[in-house]
Design a binder for this molecule. Structure first.
Ligand code: CAA
Length: 389
C-alpha cells in the first residue's frame, strides 16, 4: 500500500575463518562456562588477510542485486565503525564490485554500532521522497580488541545488506522512534588504533541507560505498549547482553523479569550472533535475521528493534512482519555462510590478529586465504585493490 516502507530483503555474509571459544579458553585458562553461558558466545568469525568490510559488504549485498536487479537502487549507505579510509566511502568499492549504475549516491555513515539504524531511517526518508527508488543499506564490520583483553572474547565480523523500499516483503517499519543520545566514553577507537578501547562495565551500564532512555522517548512519542511485541531484537555485543537489556526494560516498565519470559522475547534472536560474535553495526540485523529465519510464523506480529552505538546513540523502533515473508527468506544461504567457515587454531588466529600492512606506499599483495566471491588483493601505491573471483 501507499506509504508502507520497510525491509524488502535481507542477506548476510561472514568471514572465511572461525575461532571456537574453546580454543581461546584453552589458551588463556578461562573456564569455558564464562564464554558459553556468562557472555553467551560459542565462536567468533575471523577475517582472512584478504577480507575486509568491503569484501564482506559486497558478499552480503550481491544476492540482493541478483534477485531484484540494480535498476531501482539510487542510494547506497554503508554503515561501519571499522572504516578503511578517512575520506573515501567503502560503499564506492562495493558499488563498483557489484556493477551498480553510475546514477547512484553512495555514502558511509558512522556512530559506532548504531550507524546502520541511522542508515535505515535515512533510507525511509529517501524512499518517502521518491517511492520508486530502493536504498541499499549495508552494515559491515570487523570487530577487533587487544589480544588477551576482556573484550577479545567478544570479537566477530559480518556484513548485513538490507534493501529498503515500498511494499516490503519482509518487515514494515511502523510508528515512531524512541531516541537517546549521551556523551559517554564507554567504547571508542582513536584514528591511530586498530583495536577498540573499552571500559567494559561502564559500557554495559551505558547500554542499559540507553535502553531506558529510548523506551521513555518511544512511549512519549506514542509508540506501541510493551505487550504488543512478540520479540525484541537488541544490539548484541555478546548474546547475554540481549537478556540483560530486556531484563532492564521489563524492570523499567515495572514488569516481571522471569527468565522464561526474557527467553521468549530474545531467545530466538541470538543464534547467529552466538557463533559470529560482535559484528557491530550488523549485530542487531543479524538478530532480526535469526528471528525471521527460525521456524515459528511471525506474520503480522510486531518486533521491537533496539540499536545501541557506544559514545552513545540509541534508537528503539518497531517492525511489523509482513504475511508471506517466509517465501523470501535466505535461511539456507545464511546457514551456509556460517557453516562454510574454516576453523582456526589459536596460533593461526593470533597470527591473523597481528597481521598488518606496511604503510610505505609500495606494492603489497595480500596472501590468498579467502575463497569467497570478492577479495582484497592488496595495496598498490597506497590504493586498495579489490577483485571479483
Ligand atoms: N560460568 C558461567 N558464567 C560465568 C563464569 C562461569 N564459569 N564465569 C563468569 N561468568 C559470568 C559472570 O558472572 C558475568 O555474568 P554477569 O554479567 O551476568 O554477572 C559474565 O560471565 C562475564 O563475566 P565478567 O563480567 O567477569 O567478564 P569480563 O570482566 O571479562 O568482561 C565484558 C565482560 C565486559 C563484556 C568484556 O567482554 C568486554 O569488555 N567486552 C567488550 C565491550 C562490550 O561488549 N560491551 C557491551 C556494551 S557496549 C556495546 O554494546 C557497544 C559494542 O558493541 C562494543
Amino acid at each position: 500500500g501507499d506509504g508502507v516502507i520497510g525491509i524488502h530483503d535481507l542477506s548476510f555474509a561472514t568471514t572465511e575463518f572461525v575461532l571456537p571459544h574453546t580454543a581461546l579458553a584453552a589458551h588463556n585458562g578461562t573456564e569455558i562456562g564464562k564464554y558459553h553461558h556468562g557472555i553467551g558466545q560459542r565462536s567468533m568469525s575471523v577475517a582472512a588477510a584478504d577480507e575486509d568490510i568491503v569484501t564482506l559488504g559486497a558478499a552480503a549485498a550481491e544476492p540482493l542485486t541478483v534477485r531484484h536487479g540494480t535498476d531501482r537502487i539510487r542510494t547506497v549507505v554503508l554503515a561501519t565503525e571499522s572504516s578503511i579510509d578517512q575520506a573515501k566511502s567503502a560503499g564506492v568499492y562495493v558499488h563498483s564490485l557489484l556493477g551498480l549504475p553510475s546514477a547512484t549516491r553512495v555514502v558511509e555513515l558512522k556512530q559506532a554500532c548504531y550507524g546502520a539504524t541511522a542508515a535505515v531511517q535515512f533510507a525511509i526518508g529517501l524512499v518517502h521522497r521518491d517511492p520508486a527508488q530502493q536504498v541499499l543499506v549495508i552494515a559491515s564490520d570487523v570487530s577487533k580488541y587487544e589480544l588477551d583483553s576482556p573484550g577479545e572474547a567478544t570479537q566477530g565480523a559480518a556484513a548485513v545488506a538490507l534493501l529498503v523500499g515500498t511494499d516490503p516483503a519482509l518487515v514494515r517499519i511502523d510508528g515512531p522512534s524512541g531516541l537517546f543520545t549521551a556523551d559517554v566514553m564507554d567504547f571508542w577507537r582513536p584514528n591511530y588504533r586498530d583495536a577498540a578501547l573499552v571500559d567494559g562495565q561502564e559500557s554495559i551500564a551505558a547500554y542499559l541507560q540507553a535502553v531506558e532512555g529510548t523506551w521513555k522517548d518511544y512511549t512519549e512519542q506514542g509508540g506501541h505498549p510493551l505487550d504488543e511485541f512478540s520479540a525484541f531484537c537488541y544490539h548484541q555485543p555478546f548474546t547475554r547482553m540481549a537478556h540483560k537489556a530486556h531484563r532492564h526494560l521489563l524492570n523499567t516498565c515495572g514488569q516481571d523479569t522471569d527468565e522464561a519470559g526474557i527467553n521468549r522475547a530474545v531467545g530466538r534472536t541470538t543464534a547467529y550472533n552466538a557463533v559470529i560474535g560482535n559484528s557491530y553495526t550488523a549485530s542487531v540485523y543479524l538478530g532480526l535475521a535469526a528471528l525471521l529465519d527460525q521456524a515459528d510464523d511471525l506474520s503480522g506480529r510486531s518486533v521491537g528493534l533496539l540499536s545501541y552505538g557506544s559514545g552513545s546513540v540509541a534508537e528503539f523502533f518497531a517492525g511489523r512482519v509482513v504475511p508471506g515473508y517466509r517465501e523470501h527468506l535466505r535461511t539456507e544461504a545464511h546457514r551456509a555462510a556460517v557453516d562454510r567457515r574454516r576453523t582456526l587454531d589459536y596460533a593461526a588466529y593470533r597470527e591473523l590478529h597481528e597481521w598488518s600492512f606496511p604503510t610505505d606506499g609500495s606494492n603489497h599483495p595480500t596472501p590468498a586465504q579467502s575463497t569467497g566471491s570478492f577479495r582484497f588483493a592488496g595495496l598498490r601505491g597506497h590504493k586498495r585493490v579489490y577483485e571479483r573471483r
